[in-house]
Structure formats: C-alpha cells, structure tokens
Design a protein around this ligand. Structure first.
Ligand code: HEC
Ligand code: HEC
Ligand code: HEC
Length: 160
C-alpha cells in the first residue's frame, strides 16, 4: 500500500480504499445483450443479399404472334429502355393537343399512339414487365388511374 500520496497542495494520508465492484452487472449486461439482439435481428435476414435486378418478360401472346423480324418494340429496345417515358409523353401531346393519331416507328411501321391500345396490347403482362422495372427503381407512374392496363381489361371482359 502506498502511503503519503502527494499532490500540489501537500501530503495527504492514505488514499481511500473504494472496493471495485460493478453493481447490478447481471442486469446491465443482460440489458445490453437484449438491446444488441433487438438492433441486429431485423438486419440479419437481408445481410449480404442484394435485391435481384428486374427481369422484364416479353413473352406475351401478342408478341409471340409477331414473326421473327417484327418481334421488336416501337423503337430500338435500348432506346425504349431509356426513353419510353418520353415517347409516351410525346404520344400524349400529339393525341391530346394536335389530334394526330398516327406514329411512324422503327422501319417505317405505323402505330396508333395509344398507351392502352398499343403498348399494353403487346406488353399485356404489366406486372411481369412494366412493374418489374418500376418496382425496382421505385417509380410509380400514375397512368393507371385513368388508362386501362390490359390485364384488368381482359379480367373484366372474362367476368362478363
Ligand atoms: C408490336 C409490339 C410492341 C409494342 C406495340 C410495344 N412494344 Fe415494347 N417491346 C416489344 C418487344 C418484342 C420488346 C423486346 C425486344 C427485344 O427483346 O429486343 C419490347 C421492349 C420494350 C422495352 C425494353 C425492355 C427491356 O428489356 O429493356 C420497353 C421499356 C418497352 N418495350 C416499352 C414499351 C412501351 C412504353 C410501349 C408503348 C409506347 C411499347 N413498348 C410498345 C414489343 C412491343
Ligand atoms: C427496362 C425497365 C423498364 C420497363 C420494362 C418499363 N419501364 Fe417505365 N420506367 C423505367 C424507369 C427506370 C423509369 C424512371 C425513369 C426516370 O426516373 O427518369 C420509368 C418511368 C416510366 C414512366 C414515367 C413515370 C414518371 O413518374 O415519371 C412511365 C409513364 C413509364 N415508365 C411507363 C412504362 C410502361 C407503360 C411500361 C410497360 C409497357 C414500362 N414503363 C416498362 C423502366 C422501365
Ligand atoms: C386524369 C386521367 C389521366 C391520367 C392520370 C393519365 N391520362 Fe393519359 N389520357 C387521358 C385522357 C382523357 C386522354 C385522351 C384519350 C383519347 O383522346 O383517346 C389521354 C390520352 C393519352 C395518350 C394518347 C391516347 C391513348 O389512347 O393512349 C397517351 C399516350 C397517354 N394519355 C399517356 C399517359 C401516360 C403515360 C400517363 C401516366 C404518366 C397518363 N396518360 C395519365 C387521361 C389520363
């Protein structure tokens, strides 16, 4: 035991002996464990897993009917992937503002510029096509409040 502890004010007596004891250790460590478990548990199921990239399906009846060369979109696939939303805006402008209901696509093919009657005619599998990508990037086009998607149209017709 060291005696006569010194500091700047002089000499003191023995350092007071305080027993080193952690009170309630059971509860403290128990509580910490429960806290850690609660924080980590929700993360565990998804740890190390990436969200799978979307796989848009194009094997709809309307597309299967198209013969080899014609099995393509209104424009190039890559262009469509990047610009379909702009094309839809252009179609809407043309139809609603100028009343022009004809669009000349890739290779001079003519189309009726219509979301429900053209896009959704070929891409009748909205949930496996449009939604695949849109869910992945979390975009929610609000078109379907007014425009019919083919799936619903077919379901309604069959119900009658
Ligand atoms: C004549 C049938 C047809 C019409 C009409 C059509 N598509 Fe397509 N679309 C296809 C086919 C077939 C493919 C896949 C082409 C390929 O695999 O190269 C495709 C591909 C696409 C892609 C790219 C998918 C990918 O995998 O990257 C998008 C986006 C798309 N279409 C959106 C639309 C939109 C929006 C419209 C309406 C403006 C439309 N399509 C009209 C047949 C059509
Ligand atoms: C290959 C993936 C892919 C497919 C397939 C696809 N989209 Fe998209 N779409 C996107 C992405 C990505 C965006 C968002 C682009 C952005 O934020 O600029 C988008 C945006 C849109 C928008 C604009 C939404 C907004 O709020 O600005 C519309 C409308 C749209 N898509 C319609 C369709 C329709 C209709 C189909 C099916 C016929 C379709 N898309 C299929 C990837 C896809
Ligand atoms: C509030 C209702 C409403 C909403 C929401 C809406 N539209 Fe329309 N849209 C209309 C009406 C009404 C017309 C005119 C229909 C006609 O004259 O054939 C139209 C016409 C169109 C046309 C041309 C005609 C046709 O048959 O498709 C396109 C393309 C179009 N809209 C795309 C879109 C897209 C893409 C979205 C979503 C980003 C959208 N619209 C959201 C009501 C709506």
């Amino acid at each position: 035991m060291k005696k006569d502890v010194k500091n700047e004010f002089g000499v003191f007596g023995e350092r007071p002996q305080v027993p080193k004891k952690l009170y309630n250790a059971k509860y403290i460590f128990g509580g910490l464990l429960i806290f850690l478990a609660l924080v980590i548990l929700p993360i565990l199921p998804n740890l190390g897993k990436a969200v799978p990239p979307p796989k848009p399906q194009v094997d709809t009846p309307a597309i299967q009917k198209l013969a080899g060369q014609d099995k393509q979109c209104v424009e190039d696939t890559a262009w469509m992937r990047a610009n379909h939303m702009l094309l839809l805006n252009d179609w809407r402008e043309e139809v609603v503002r100028t009343g022009k209901r004809e669009y000349t696509g890739k290779g001079g093919k003519k189309y009726n510029p219509s979301l429900s009657n053209t896009c959704m005619e070929c891409h009748s599998n909205k949930s496996q096509f449009c939604d695949q990508c849109h869910n992945y990037v979390a975009v929610v086009p609000n078109c379907w409040g007014c425009h019919l998607e083919k799936e619903k149209k077919v379901a309604k017709a069959e119900a009658k």
